[in-house]
Each structure stands twice: as C-alpha cells, then as structure tokens.
Design a protein around this ligand. Sequence first.
Ligand code: AMP
Ligand code: MG
Length: 320
Amino acid sequence: MTTIMATFIACGGKYDVHHETRLLLGTVIEITIGHPDEGLAREAAAKAFAEIERVDALLSGHNPGSEIGTLNAEGASEPTAVSAEVFALLERAARIASLSGGAFDVTIGPVMDQWKFDEGGRVPSDAEITAALAAVGTGKLQLDPARGSVHFLSPGMKIDLGAIGKGYAVDRAVQVLRDAGIKSAIVDAGGDLRLLGSRPGKDFWRIGVRHPREASRLLLNLELVDTAIVTSGDYERFFMDGDARYHHLIDPRTGYPAARCQSVTVIAPETADADAYATAAFVLGPVEGLGFLRDLPGVEGVIVDAAGQLLWTDREKLRQ
Ligand code: AMP
Ligand code: MG
C-alpha cells in the first residue's frame, strides 16, 4: 500500500478538499473529501482505502487465498460455503444476469482466461471459445441461501467479478466515509465513481467523462449529487490485431468482444449496480442496451455506439 500523492487543495471558504491517490484493485483509486478538519479527512480516507483493500482480498479471482479464489478451486467438486457478504454479491450478480437476459454474467471467467488480456492478449481459436463457453452461464451457478453455499454445476466454471467488484468496493468505501462523519466526497476507482453529497460551497460535483476515442477530450461534463457514475469502454483493456480491436467486454452468447458500442456511462444510486449495468448495456448494444437502462428505475445512461453517435436515456435529466 503506497500513497503516491497526497495534496491539499484549498478551494476557498472554510473547507479544504483533501485528495489522496493509491494503487489498489489493479487501478488508480482517488478519494476526494470535503471537510474543514484535515486530520479527520485524512483518517477517514485511510479507513476507506483499508476497506477497499479488504474487499479486494475477498473478491480477487487472481488471489488463490481470496474467497472467490477458493470458490473457483472447489466450487465444482462440492457446494462451497462463502461469507454472507460474498453470497449477497453473487445473488446480486445473478439478479442482474437475469435482468439483462444473460448479457452480464460473472461466470464469464473461462472465456476471459482464453483471451489472456493480462498477458497482452491473443485471439483464441473457435474450438477454444466453444469449450470455454460450455462452462459459462449463471443458470449453472447454484446458490443455496439456507446453507450460504455455492455450487458450480459445470466443471471448469470460474467466477470473474471484474464488472461489479470495483463498484462494490467503491460503495463500501463510501459507507466507511459516511460512518466517519464525512458528508462530501468522491471515491473514484478508475472510472467507477460514487459521489457523496456535493462539493463544499456548491450544490453539485462536476464530473467529466472521457471520450472513448480521444483520451484528452471530454464526452460528458455533468453536475451530479449523491450518486454513482460508471463507464465501461472498449478502450480500457484491449489489444489490436491488424485493424481489429479486441477488448475485454465479452458477449457471453458468442465468447467474443461485444462490437456495437464504444462506451456506456451509467448513473445509478449504487456503484455496484451502475458497474454491472454499464457492462450489461455495452454487451446488449445501443438499441437493446438503451431499452435495458430505460427500464431500470432511478437509472440514467449515455451510450456511444460503434459509429460514435450518442444515445441518452433522458437528456433532460442530466444537467451538463
Ligand atoms: P467493466 O470494466 O466494469 O465493464 O468490467 C469488465 C470486466 O468484467 C472484464 O475485464 C471481465 O473481467 C469482466 N467481464 C467481461 N465481460 C463480461 C460480461 N459479459 N459480464 C460480466 N463480466 C464481464
Ligand atoms: Mg462494469
């Protein structure tokens, strides 16, 4: 755990904004806190970072000692007990899998492994994709609430919480800030953001979302209060093979990257949901994805389709 930057930006009035950045969850985590007491803000940020580390240690599929690591190793041979926290997150993921008609599916693990994005990426053969897809499907994930256990009904099944875990960690960090008496903050885990209240002295936080094709250009510049905002994009983890871009948002129906969007931004009360909804809408594509987001109460979104066109759930509701 290293603090790579800790700055205090005075922003006028009696409030300071405390800003700290750390590398966790394989990404840059930024916590911004508006509070007049710098010591209290610093302490609250430390607790929030510790909470993110705790969640990472629980959920990381790469860590064989994590609950998900153990489940992935043992879940196919027998029903495996998990903590109430992990069980609740898997139930939530299963609910979103069902809502999205399977576009969001945390059992995508075996297919992700074939693409080897962590090693620079490679295009698997059709046979490899077909074999990996045989172990994918939330329908083959048996959750037993009475026992708090999880059973994989297919050998080779593997949970990958990459599309919801970061959002969940952000929600937990915000809860820890709240418990510490903070009423104004941003927790940003590499584009998965949750806002607490508004910026001191203002009645909103101003949040910029990058353009999917030009990193230095802003696609959206929104005024938001007390909400989560998450973007899934084909520019986050990808490799090029000739002119083809192979990215990490996989359509569980085909095993290949979903090709009909460049990015999807979702605004929802909780980050875990916004995270999963953004991935789901991306996979569904602009038309179905927009319908999916519009049907979710309290959720707004902006989709950039493959041609770079913007589609809004309801433009009037988002103050730019
Ligand atoms: P996000 O950046 O939140 O859209 O999540 C992307 C990550 O989620 C990928 O790197 C994979 O680990 C995982 N993933 C990819 N495709 C899917 C999918 N269709 N459903 C659920 N998780 C996925
Ligand atoms: Mg996501």
